[in-house]
Design a protein around this ligand. Sequence first.
Ligand code: ASP
Length: 435
Amino acid sequence: MAQEKQSFLHSYFKIPFIQRMAVAFVLGIIAGLIVGEPITVIQPIGTMFLRLLQMVVIPIVIFTLITAMKKLTPNQLGRVGGQTLVLYIATTAVAIIIGLIMANIFSPGTGLTLPGDFTMDPAEVPNMIDVFLNIVPSNVFNAMAQAQILQVLTFAIIFGIGLAFLRETASDEIKKGVDVLFLMTETASEVMFKIVRGVMEFGVFGVFALLATTFGNTGPEALVDFGVLILAFVLGVLIHMALVYGLVLNVVFLKASPLRFFNGAKDALLTAFATRSSAGTLPITMKVAEDNLKIDESVYSFTLPLGATINMDGTAMYQGVAAVFAANLIGESLTLAQQVTIVTTAVLASIGTAGVPGAGLIMLSMVLTQLGLPLGVVAFVAGVDPILDAFRTMNNIAGDLSVTSVVAKWNNKIDLNAGAWVGKTEKTLVKKDKK
Ligand code: ASP
C-alpha cells in the first residue's frame, strides 16, 4: 500500500509542473461551468492558496529589495525608476485606447437595458498630493501589517541605501555587521523563493478550486448575456498583449521572441488569472523573473512590486470598455472629448487601484461619475466581473513582466542567452558544447 502511494506520488511529480497546472486550470473552468454554484464548497482550497501567497509577499519584497541595494547605486535606481514609470504609463495609455477602439467596434451594451435604480457612493478621483504622500509610511510596521506594498518598498529602499552608505563610511566592525545583514537578507530571500516553489505545488489544487468557484458562481447564462462585453474586452486584452508586449516590447525593444517571453511568464500569468490579484501573484511573478526570464534581482525587486501596485493595463482598458458599455446601455454615445477624458481618468484609476480581486470594478464608479454615466452599471456587471477580472489581472502581470524585461535590458541586467529565452535546440547545443 505504502509502495503504491509512493509510486502514485512519483508518477504525479514526474508530470511537468506546467502540465499539471494547465490541466487544473482547464478542469477548474469545466467543473465550475458544469456543476455551477454547489462547487463553491471547495472555495477554501482556493482561499488557502491565496493566503499562502499573501503570506510571503511582504517578506519577499523586503528581503529581495534590501539585497538588491547592495548592487544598485541611488543613481542607477533613479534611472531604472524613471524608465519603468515612463513605460508603465505609456503602455497603460495604449491599453485604454485599444479598449476604446474595441468597444467602438463591438458596441457592447446595445440592446440591453439597465435594470432598476441603484445608488452607490462613487470612488473618488485620487488626489495626486495624497497619492504622493502615501508612498512614505508613517509607521513601517503598520505598512507591513496592512500589506501596503508601495510603503514597504519605500522603507526597504531607504534601509538598503542606508546600509550601502554605512558600508562605505563605518568602522571595520560595523562593516562586518553590514555584510552579515546583507548576507542574511540574501539568504532569507532564497528561503522565500523555496517556499514559493512549495506554494506553487499547492497552487495546482488552488487554481482548480479558484477557477471552479469563479465559473461556478458566474454560470454560463451570464457569459451569454454579457457575451459582447466579454468578447470586446478579451479581444482587447489579447491584442494588447500581442502588439504592445509581444511586438513592441519584445521584438522591437528586447529583440527577443515573444513566444519565449510568454513561455517564461506563464506560471505567473496562470496564477494571476486564477487568483485575480496582482499583489497575491507577486511572489510568483518575482520567481519567474528570476528563474525563467533571467532578470537581475536589482531590477525586478523594485519594478515588480511597483508594477503590482501602480501598473494595471488590463484594469485601465476595462474602464474604457465598460464606460462605452455604460453609455450604450442608456442609448448615448460618447463624444471624442469624453473618450479623451476616459484615457486620463482611467490611467489615474488604474494607478489608484489596489492589486486585489474586484478592485477595478470599484474604480469604475469613479470613471462613470467623471463622465456623468449611471453608477448602476457597476452593480449590473458585478456578476460577470470575476471573469473579466481574471483577464484584467493576467494582462496586468504580463505588463509588469514585459516592462521589467525591457528596463533590465536597457540596464544590462538580463541574460537573454539563458532560461526561457533559449529554445530546446539551443539548450541541447549548449549542453553538448559543455561536454
Ligand atoms: N484584480 C486586479 C489586479 O489585482 C485589479 C482589478 O480589479 O482590475 O490586478
